[in-house]
Design a protein around this ligand. Structure first.
Ligand SMILES: [Fe+2]
Length: 445
């Protein structure tokens, strides 16, 4: 596969033409009476028309046929996708999942859409307020099927196997340790090359933004130029047997047939596009004196709520870095948080738990549910000699953190059969070190 090209820059106003049709973008206007190459003009709006400029998002697509050229949508089986947050009773326990099992291609062919499983979520699709976390488990390319989501944006985190994603804006190759965002309404189809697994954060009604940097200044964390946008690519492909467009609409799946590939956009311009990002490019900020900064310093992208500083969901990573804090318990501290914290692991070992939390698995710590390092980690880190050390080399853990109180689905708690019933036991060996007659810990060690 020839190396794919990208345009660089988060949220930029971009313009792209497939080089086979130079001049395909109309000059000086969006909607000429007749478009170059006799293409159709179509606008994709990602924000209300009247949003302020800073949040206004739309793109113009110049395509062989408009996307309305399809037969009617009909309800189809939605598999394990749900937005019913009352399937099972709430569970405030610390939850941890073993790696979610990928179906074997020799037994059952499963593509990206059929392989979507909703694990947890909260909020309401119809009022554009909420989120869902899905696990995708697949082994087969989508072929003549594409998908678009009317409900929100999808932040896709591949954990095993790369994804070749065809979109209306062009092609993206997304490998583990990269992420991509496919925004609301964008049609895409995914090719996979092996048994493939990953995580998805879906947010309803809002878009991901780079977090504000405050006193950090103009640079750092995820830098805008490291976000990559595909370049225009089209295929003029008739599909006599029928091409299937699958739509997630109000949490349910619908399918419509059409006679052509939807990837027939010859040129486009605008600021509403899919994009990808390599997590290796994250510039990590951390304490260089003592104590911890809050983990918000590791935020890659945020989907803001209407309350200042409060996110519908943040995407946070724990990348390789130096640990240098003096006189400090360096692993994550014990805490209770008003937020929901879902964690996943792309590769390696997470620093607060050396075992049990595995790549392709996950954990959920719900609002005010206590958690922190396991007993083994506490004992070791309390006694460790504090020299500068590498932390998390070869590892990439991440967190989907939400201000909403998420419910776990029936698939998550039961059907997946991956819930680790023994998770709470990792804290059972914690014992008291209290020395009421001696304030100085050094004297008792
Ligand atoms: Fe936490």
């Amino acid at each position: 596969m020839a190396e794919l090209k990208y345009i660089s820059g988060f949220g930029n106003e971009c313009a792209s033409e497939d080089p086979r049709c130079p001049g395909a973008l109309p000059e000086g206007q969006n909607n000429p009476q007749v478009c170059p190459y006799n293409l159709y003009a179509e606008q994709l709006s990602g924000s209300a028309f009247t949003c302020p400029r800073s949040t206004n998002k739309r793109s113009w697509l110049y395509r062989i046929l408009p996307s309305v050229s399809h037969k009617s949508f009909e309800f189809i089986d939605q598999g394990h996708i749900t937005h019913n947050w009352d399937e099972v009773d709430p569970d405030p326990n610390q939850l941890r999942w073993k790696p979610f099992e990928i179906p074997k291609a020799s037994q059952e062919k499963v593509d990206f859409v059929n392989g979507l499983h909703t694990l947890c979520g909260a909020g309401d699709i119809r009022s554009n307020n909420g989120l869902a976390i899905h696990i995708f488990l697949c082994n087969t390319s989508m072929g003549n099927r594409c998908f678009y989501n009317s409900d929100g944006d999808l932040l896709i985190v591949p954990q095993k196997g790369k994804l070749l994603i065809y979109t209306e804006f062009g092609k993206m190759l997304v490998q583990p340790n990269e992420i991509c965002v496919i925004q609301r309404g964008m049609q895409f189809s995914i090719d996979v090359f092996e048994e493939t697994r990953g995580y998805i954060l879906e947010v309803y009604g809002v878009h991901f933004e780079l977090p504000d940097l405050g006193p950090i200044g103009a640079n750092g964390l995820a830098n805008p130029r490291d976000f990559l946008i595909p370049v225009a690519w089209y295929e003029d492909r008739q599909v006599p047997g029928g091409y299937t467009v699958i739509n997630k609409y109000q949490g349910k799946l619908f399918a419509a047939r059409q006679d052509v590939s939807p990837f027939n956009v010859v040129a486009w311009h605008g600021n509403y596009t899919p994009y990808k990002y390599n997590l290796e490019n994250f510039m990590v900020i951390n304490s260089v004196a003592f104590d911890h900064a809050d983990p918000s310093i590791f935020t890659v992208l945020t989907a803001k709520s209407v309350r200042p500083g409060v996110a519908i969901a943040d995407f946070v990573i724990f990348p390789p870095r130096w640990g240098v804090a003096d006189k400090t318990f360096r692993p994550p501290y014990y805490h209770r948080n008003c937020m929901s914290e879902f964690m996943g692991l792309i590769k390696g070992h997470y620093e607060a738990k050396q075992s049990g939390f595995l790549p392709g698995g996950g954990s959920l710590h719900s609002p005010m549910t206590p958690h922190g390092p396991d007993a083994d980690c506490f004992e070791k880190a309390s006694k460790a000699k504090l020299a500068p050390e590498r932390i998390a080399d070869g590892t990439m853990a991440f967190m989907f953190e939400s201000s909403l109180n998420m419910a776990v689905t029936k698939w998550g708690l039961k059907t997946s059969n991956c819930l680790d019933e023994n998770y709470y036991k990792c804290w059972e060996p914690l014992k008291s070190h209290f020395t009421p007659n001696s304030r100085n810990p050094a004297e008792t060690n």
